[in-house]
Every structure is written in C-alpha cells, then in structure tokens.
Design a protein around this ligand. Structure first.
Ligand SMILES: Nc1ncnc2c1ncn2[C@@H]1O[C@H](COP(=O)(O)OP(=O)(O)O)[C@@H](O)[C@H]1O
Ligand SMILES: [Mg+2]
Length: 335
C-alpha cells in the first residue's frame, strides 16, 4: 500500500485583483473584483514506504500548497489524498503523531527561549515517554552536532544551527512521514551539507517516507532517486532523478570578463550566449568540451575573470516542461 496518495488534488484561491492606478483603487472600494488562482490542479502521485522523493518546481509552482494539503493545514477545493491511511485535513490526532512538516522559511521554535524548552513542549504535546525522549534527543543532537547549543536562546543561533534545531523538534516524535519544504534555503554550504548528510543517514536508518522540496540540485541529487516536477500547479514529470541530472549536467555556465574588445559573434562558436553585457559574456557550454574550450579562449583573449557554474535547477525544469508540452502536442497530432 502507498504511504502517500494524491488523486485529482486541487486547490484554488480567490484573490482580490487590484485595478491599476488611483482610479482603480477608488473603484476597488466599491466593487471588489476577484480572480481565481489555481495553486494546485489535478495533482496525482503515489509514494511508497521508505521513498525519498524530490518535489521540484519554480517559485509559485504549487509545492508549498501541496505540502500544506498533505499536512492538513488547508482543505483542498477538490480531490483526495491520504497519508498513512489518514485524510490529512480531518486533522486527527492519530495522524498528527505520525508525520512532520518542516518549512525552511518558518520558525516553529520559541525565539527567545533555548531550543530545549521547545523540545520539552513537544514531548508534552506528543506525550513522548521521558526515557524515549531523552534517548532521541541525545541521538539527534549528536548526529546534528548541536548538543552544546540547545540551552542557548534560539535567536542567538545561526540560521544553520536554527534549522538543525527545527529538524530535531520535527523528529522527536519519530514521524513516519516527513515533509520538508526548502529545509536548506539560505544556508551556507557547510550547513547545507550537514543537513543533507543527516537527512540521508536518518532516512535510511529509520526508513521514513520523505518529500523534499529544494532549489538546490545538490541536495536533491544527494538524497533522492525519484523526482516529481510541478509547474503552474500541474504535474509535469514523475520519474527517475537520474534522467534529470543527466540533462542538468550536460552543460555548464561559463562567465567571462574580458580585458579588452571581443567579438560576441565569435563567442557563439563556443557555446550558447546567455548574457552579453560588455566586457562580460555568459555562455552555456557542453561540459565535456569545457577544458579544451577554456584553453582556446585563454590563448586567444585577455580574460580578467572567469567563473564556471552549474545551470540553475529552474532551467532544467523549464526544459522538462517544454518537452512534456511538445510530447503531448505530438501525441495529440498523431491521433
Ligand atoms: N493563501 C494564498 N492565497 C492566495 N494565493 C496563494 C496562497 N498561497 C499560495 N498562493 C498562490 O498559489 C500559487 C502556488 O504557491 P506555492 O504553493 O506557495 O508555490 P511554491 O511553494 O511552489 O513556490 C502561487 O501563485 C501563489 O501565489
Ligand atoms: Mg514554497
């Protein structure tokens, strides 16, 4: 049986549409116009026990809304979902004890108190046996390397430390399902790695089921085998992450800053020109050509600065989106 199941899940919001300009604002006082935003539309997926699935999409794609639905924070406009056999928005206590939602941009801990005070409150709320609580707290704080910090006021902690405390709070009751919404957003590379490693270890040792949204391809690559891509509230891809990663890593972004003049038309021979703001140019180049390309460029031009980057996850997602559209078009053409 699937642990998480969503069918035709849809959530629409009515938002006030402000008319433009002063006249519009005045009109708005008398007659409010609303428009409907389909945050999530007809989403369906099914996740098995012990899976760790990446849930990807650009800003505003509907990721957080989906996780809120699965947590029962909001009701769907239509459609169904079950998590561990529970309908989330029924908000049964029995369900609350079995899952956790962590939002990277939201604080659940008391700001002015040491984290351990919030942990104790969780112990009370979830009625965790004292010995079990002590053992879990000890394990989690050592895995996340924050043992000396739990008695310090949360507001004095760094963002990375705070995020690790949030994770501890979320895991003290040993949830079977963990929903992670951008858990590493804004973290420095070191903290990001630490959270990543922890999640990997913890998920494997506990065999919990996890949905992870993240903007960082590194997180996703380190942790997930399967990816679901959502765009404009609709599912666009559900399949092996490896396929996405391959597409993702075929190209790199090369930024160059020239000391003098250069011919941008010539640059197009090296790769796809993404940005051209003299004396800088940004190219998308095939990864396997990069070393050769660089030595060419350095021999021919005076280059003041250069940088090689991964392509942003958004670009890859956009590509998948375009391809899915093209495939759908082709199959409807051939009908
Ligand atoms: N409470 C709300 N009221 C109105 N619109 C909302 C609300 N929450 C989300 N939306 C809209 O729904 C869409 C999806 O949002 P969200 O799920 O937060 O996306 P993501 O997490 O992928 O960035 C966006 O267009 C957003 O503006
Ligand atoms: Mg979000």
């Amino acid at each position: 049986m699937s642990i998480i199941e969503a069918k035709h899940l849809t959530k629409t919001y009515q938002v006030f549409r402000k008319q433009e300009g002063l006249l519009g604002s005045v009109k708005g006082l008398f007659k409010r116009e609303y428009k409907t935003v389909e945050a999530v539309r007809d989403v369906r997926f099914s996740i098995e026990k012990g899976e760790m699935v990446a849930f990807l999409g650009a800003n505003g794609a509907g990721k957080t809304t989906t996780l809120k639905l699965l947590s029962g924070l909001i009701h769907p406009s239509s459609g169904e979902a079950t998590v561990l056999g529970h309908v989330p928005w029924k908000r049964e206590n029995a369900y609350r004890r079995r899952f956790s939602l962590v939002m990277g941009q939201k604080n659940q801990l008391w700001w002015d108190l040491p984290a351990v005070e919030s942990f104790r409150l969780h112990q009370e709320i979830y009625r965790i046996d004292r010995q079990v609580y002590d053992r879990r707290l000890d394990e989690l704080t050592s895995l996340l390397e924050v043992k000396p910090l739990i008695r310090q006021a949360v507001r004095e902690l760094s963002l990375g430390e705070r995020m690790r405390m949030e994770l501890i709070a979320a895991l003290l009751h040993a949830p079977e399902v963990l929903l992670l919404d951008e858990p590493t957003i804004g973290l420095d590379v070191v903290s990001q790695r630490r959270v990543q490693e922890f999640l990997k270890y913890y998920q494997q040792s506990q065999q919990i089921t996890v949905i992870l949204t993240s903007h960082y391809m590194k997180d996703v690559q380190a942790l997930c085998k399967r990816a679901i891509i959502i765009s404009g509230g609709t599912l666009r891809y559900d399949g092996p992450l490896a396929e996405l990663v391959e597409r993702f890593s075929q190209y790199k972004l090369l930024s160059l800053q020239f000391a003098g003049d250069f011919d941008v038309a010539e640059m197009a021979g090296y790769g796809r020109v993404i940005e051209h703001v003299p004396p800088r140019v940004k190219l998308e180049v095939p990864r396997h050509n990069l070393p050769e390309l660089l030595s060419h460029l350095l021999a021919k031009y005076t280059i003041e600065d250069l940088e090689v980057q991964e392509r942003p996850l958004e670009d890859v997602i956009a590509e998948v989106f375009i391809e899915a559209k093209a495939t759908a078009q082709r199959s409807s053409d051939s009908e």
